[in-house]
Design a binder for this molecule. Sequence first.
Ligand SMILES: [Zn+2]
Length: 313
Amino acid sequence: MSFSLFDAPLREPSQFVGFAGNSIDRQSENRADDSVDKALADPGTRLLLMQGGRLYLKVRDGSFDPWFGVAESLPFQTLPGSGVLLGFSDQGPVLAVTAGLEPEQLPETVKAIDYRSVYMQGLIDEAAAGAMAQGAALLAWHASHRFCSKCGTESQMRAGGYKRHCPNCGTEHFPRTDPVAIMLTATREKCLLGRGRHFAPDMYSALAGFIEPGETIEAAVRRETLEEAGIRLGRVVYHASQPWPFPYSLMIGCFGEPLNEDIQADLNELEDCRWFLRDEVRLMLAREHPGNLITPPKGAIAHHLIRAWVDSE
Ligand SMILES: [Zn+2]
């Protein structure tokens, strides 16, 4: 007997976005306060070293290896108390640690490369990219939440990095994930794409914006589309999500059904915004557009929204 609630595709669209390949067993119910120290004493532990938005990568014969052993990590001056326990792999515990060496102090065989380039250029496999997203988001949260937001006292890391505790007022603080709605407004024939002011040249993408306190995902999708493009939406349908470690967001991808055609773009936010016919978008996806217009790269959830729409007929 089929149950309509589960009439969704067996292969979740979220499986195919960048950073979705994280295979770490988080064991979130077992995070003791000494779990990082314990992991550092385990010979099977592997570390990701990070510094200032960059991942350290061992370079050998043109390939990139992000994993360091505990002893191997010592010359990179990992900062005491900066490690977070991401969880466990088949080989043992997995940590992300803030390293102390600046990129220019690194030996020839190790490069510090910004997260975005690591991901865009596909330098590491999907599982490592997922672990990088987890570690990057956690370390960024700790770096910007050192002090208790209630009383101002310096707080202490607990639970392997999944909590901060204030020794003065006792408040516990938990890592944030900021939800962002990203939506493709589309009819059978055409979809709405815009160009942000900071976009790569010739790239058009789905509109996006932060979900605000007190708002449902659907309400945020409708509000952002109306504010940025002057388009009112009817139905809104969830499609896929993507961890987005810049610094700690979750992109929530939806489709929206437009109720009007006349675009009124918010030119403070967007350089341009217009309707695109299906054939034109197909050329943009294939990088064969006569005007060289393109859609976002394959790892981006926007790519998957646009691709799913183009392939929906
Ligand atoms: Zn406090």
